[in-house]
Design a protein around this ligand. Structure first.
Ligand SMILES: Cc1cc2nc3c(=O)[nH]c(=O)nc-3n(C[C@H](O)[C@H](O)[C@H](O)COP(=O)(O)OP(=O)(O)OC[C@H]3O[C@@H](n4cnc5c(N)ncnc54)[C@H](O)[C@@H]3O)c2cc1C
Length: 333
């Protein structure tokens, strides 16, 4: 999981960051397009931050978040599946598998988009293949995002190798999953190029379908959806978890600011929706536009995109704008 520097600041304040041991910093990001000279580089020192982001072990992050929760006065119930939820005047309710009913003035739903009443905005007809790979000439603290007409491919520094996110058509990804390791490593080299030398080892190949979706009623009286429950996007630029964390942080700030008798009421939820709208819409638009722009097979567009990356490299103010959005999100106020 790639986390931005902004997410690190949130996890720091929650006391979660110090619980993470396996953290690989990203200080430089190299963005390029296959078969084109255009490229852009982002550097932490140019953005005035110690690191642009980090690759963390998802299981370790999950364990650190749970440890922080257990150390807090919050009552935690695990392994309980919510089968239905809704709201009535003044409160929300959730029914847990087995019959127990929980009521609350504010129900925050973070089910990862599991509910079936979602709005599919785009099916990318792409799958993401995830794996860990090592390379003969690794470049410490560099992440690579390479756009190809089959979809983006990212290499994120993780330990002494890289976390790989390789997107392609579902059929292509199935073929890549079935390949023997040596053949897969050669295919990756042919696709990604020579920036980190030959690929040597691959482990833990898995895959996910990629869609853009949201929930039309993410904010209802006394019920708020956050994270993927509210918005699922393409993993290009690693935005999803970071955006969900900002949802959670903003909601927590509002809970602190709101008198308990007004929790979950229209005024509070309108403020939440207003504060999150720009960040959520900008992130969905940014990732969706990147994927669509770089996936179009058109020779003229190919050159325009290459020139665009070159221009970004030559225009520091525009580059800073993009980098700040990736690090901290967009703010409406
Ligand atoms: C290939 C790929 C790579 C990605 N890489 C990155 C990255 O590098 N950086 C980044 O920021 N984001 C990345 N993302 C996005 C990121 O994984 C998601 O945005 C993030 O995991 C969403 O977190 P969440 O807590 O909202 O949902 P989830 O992680 O899906 O968690 C939902 C939880 O709710 C539980 N649940 C579901 N239904 C119920 C129910 N009825 N009752 C009780 N519990 C329930 C589930 O068991 C689960 O534990 C990537 C996504 C993909 C597909």
């Amino acid at each position: 999981m790639a986390l931005s520097y902004g997410s690190r600041l949130i996890l720091d304040r929650l006391g979660v960051w110090r619980g993470l041991q396996r953290v690989s910093p990203i200080r430089h990001i190299h963005i390029s397009q296959r078969a084109s000279l255009g490229q852009t580089q982002l550097h932490a020192e140019e953005e005035g931050v110690p690191e642009l982001g980090y690759v963390v072990d998802y299981a370790e992050l999950d364990a650190a978040l749970h440890a922080a929760l257990r150390a807090s006065p919050v009552q935690v119930v695990t392994g309980a599946r919510v089968v239905r939820s809704g709201s009535l005047s003044g409160y929300a309710w959730a029914q847990i598998d087995g019959g127990e009913l929980v009521t609350s003035r504010l129900l925050a739903i973070a089910d990862g988009g599991a509910s079936d009443d979602r709005r599919l905005l785009r099916d990318y007809n792409q799958h993401a293949l995830l794996a860990w790979v090592s390379a003969s000439q690794p470049r410490a603290e560099w992440a690579f995002e390479r756009f190809t007409e089959q979809g983006p491919v990212a290499l994120l520094p993780q330990g002494d190798g890289y976390a790989l996110v390789w997107t392609g058509t579902p059929e292509r990804v199935q073929t890549l999953l079935a390949m023997p390791d040596s053949e897969f490593l050669r295919a990756l080299h042919a696709h990604f190029g020579d920036r980190v030398g030959e690929f040597l080892v691959v482990r833990d190949r898995s895959h996910f379908p990629l869609v853009l979706s949201d929930h039309e009623q993410a904010v209802q009286p006394h019920r708020v959806m956050i994270g993927n429950a509210a918005h699922v996007m393409h993993p290009v630029a690693g935005q999803g978890f970071n955006l969900g964390l900002r949802d959670a942080w903003e909601l927590a700030q509002l809970v602190l600011e709101t008198p308990s008798a007004q929790l979950g009421e229209q005024g509070m939820l309108s403020r939440y929706a207003r504060r999150r709208r720009v960040d959520v819409q900008a992130s969905m638009w940014f990732t969706d536009s990147l994927v669509r722009l770089f996936s179009r097979q058109n020779i003229l567009l190919h050159h325009v995109r290459g020139t665009g990356l070159m221009a970004l490299q030559k225009l520091p103010p525009v580059r800073h704008f993009v980098a700040r959005r990736m690090l901290f999100g967009a703010r409406a106020w």
